[in-house]
Design a protein around this ligand. Structure first.
Ligand code: ATP
Ligand code: MG
Length: 302
């Protein structure tokens, strides 16, 4: 197992009397796309601003490529490429001129420009003015700019915001590709669940400044397995389950048991013996969306 590219431990940010980010910890591994999913105001941008050194955590530690940002700020920052909110681009200049300008500021050789333009598939439009670019192309140019210093970690705040489905797919494929081919650790925030589900290897769900759940998309879904029973006599079925100390919830006459399919037969047999008409028993896999609603107490995301 390689070392984390970025490691955040017990991050907290208090502004005035409000705790905006509370005890946030996670590791970001090389080659993975990590999603930070949460509704508006959850604390995503505040967390990102701490990661990229724009604001100081009230407490907690951040290490990037092993460099603690308090002790070795410059070295840590050299490992990061980021876009916080929207990329800083000059619309009256061409894509190439924008990249040249940022390369000069970073002290990066101009030879890097064709490399990053190729990575984001913009080489063919590089000599046109940014004002003529679509939002998706501007986002890709922003990513090219963030890649100029050959970072190990790419941090993007809501990279798909405002993009149409084709633009979202392009960004998704680009980020997955960068993680795989460049071994980049990619951190993306979003309030769009479908996007995170398709783009990320792992996800942390943040709500009111706290991480509610974290894990691989697959793990989060499988941790939510349940059996759904459709029975003819709900009251009698509930009594049978209570007698056997089987946990359950009931919604609209359907019973949900937090068990695996393989644990179902003795329970189904007991219901059958008690004369409960059994219409259907099927495993239910909660989607990430249902899980999110569950975890956040019903406050919706896009
Ligand atoms: N400088 C600040 N002073 C006071 N409150 C702040 C400050 N910055 C952020 N907040 C508050 O902290 C909370 C989290 O804000 P943040 O911008 O991190 O959320 P977010 O998850 O990025 O939301 P969005 O999806 O809207 O971008 C919000 O309630 C916001 O109003
Ligand atoms: Mg934000």
């Amino acid at each position: 197992m390689s070392a984390p590219a970025l490691s955040a431990h017990s991050l907290r940010k208090v502004i005035g009397t409000r705790t905006i980010v509370d005890d946030v910890s996670f590791d970001l591994m090389p080659g993975e796309v990590f999603g930070f999913l949460g509704p508006n105001g959850a604390g995503k941008t505040t967390t990102i601003r701490m990661l990229v050194g724009l604001i100081r955590p009230t407490s907690g530690t951040i290490a990037i490529c092993g460099y603690d940002i308090r002790r070795e700020f410059e070295r840590a920052m050299r490992c990061i490429g980021c876009i916080v909110e929207s990329p800083d681009l000059y619309r009256f200049m061409t894509g190439r001129e924008n990249l040249e300008h940022f390369a000069r500021m970073l002290g990066v050789p101009a030879a890097e420009i064709p490399r990053v333009a190729g990575l984001v598939d913009l080489a063919h439009r590089l000599d046109q003015r940014v004002g003529t670019y679509s939002l998706g192309m501007r986002q890709r140019l922003g990513i090219a700019q963030a890649l100029l210093g050959k970072p190990k970690v790419l941090i993007l705040d809501e990279p798909a915001n405002g993009l149409d489905p084709a633009g979202i797919r392009e960004i998704r494929e680009l980020l997955r590709n960068l993680a795989a081919t460049e071994s980049l650790a990619v951190f993306v925030s979003s309030h769009l669940l479908g996007e995170i589900e398709l783009m990320c290897d792992r996800v942390a769900i943040i709500h009111k400044g706290r991480i509610l759940r974290a894990g691989s998309v697959g793990e989060l879904i499988s941790s939510q397995r349940a059996m759904e029973l459709h029975v003819g006599d709900v009251a009698r079925a509930e009594n049978v389950l209570r007698d056997r100390n089987v946990a359950f919830t009931q919604e609209n006459g359907r019973l949900f048991l937090p068990i695996e399919e393989t644990d179902a037969p003795p329970i189904l047999a007991a219901l059958f013996e008690a004369g409960v008409p059994l219409y259907a028993a099927k495993p239910r896999v909660q989607t990430l969306e249902e899980m999110f609603l569950d975890a956040t107490g019903g406050e919706t995301v896009g």
